[in-house]
Design a protein around this ligand. Sequence first.
Ligand code: SF4
Length: 210
Amino acid sequence: MVSVKDSSFSEQIKQLADSYLKNGTDSGNLCRMMKKLFTVTQHHIDQNIPQEQLSMIRCRSGCSHCCRVHVPVLKPEAVIIASHLRNSSNQTVLGRLISNMEKFSLDISAYDEEERVAANKKCIFLGRMGECTIHPVRPFACRSVVSADEKACRESMRLTLLDEPVLVPMNILNKSINDSAFMGLAESMKDNGMDDRSVEITSGVLACLR
Ligand code: SF4
């Protein structure tokens, strides 16, 4: 999927991330930074995408056709998800989740993107009703994909393996803003001596929970 960078917003996010990362990379600081970056990014979306376009978005809790692809996360994104899980689960539930994540991470490591869709390996963070259980702290990659046609999403997943591409109408401005935030954060991490490579969400969060 093509990504169009909004250089000025990406630079704004980079400078904001710099202001946090210069004070350290402990998990508390990374969580505070991510909360701020998510808030600023959402504000930028609200200010720059016309309401009539936002009202065309069909994504909702319970619709999870796209939640079966590999999702890339940067370390601070994994850290805030791990913190959210720790704060919202007791020890027993968290222990069970970690064990499930270990099995799931191993399982999907054998698949490329299309194979995973065909095998219907849904995100480990999907709830029973198809809701995202980490919605307030979901990563930029998930925030960037918003669809105006649920049927097209369903069909695009069904036909992936048949090599029959289905066009899904998306809000490209929303994608550009979230992708730019992701890139601004990665640039700041690099400049501040952190590893700026992304990892698959399950293994990334697991590493933070262990
Ligand atoms: S983190 Fe949430 S939105 Fe993203 S793929 Fe998983 S369930 Fe879907």
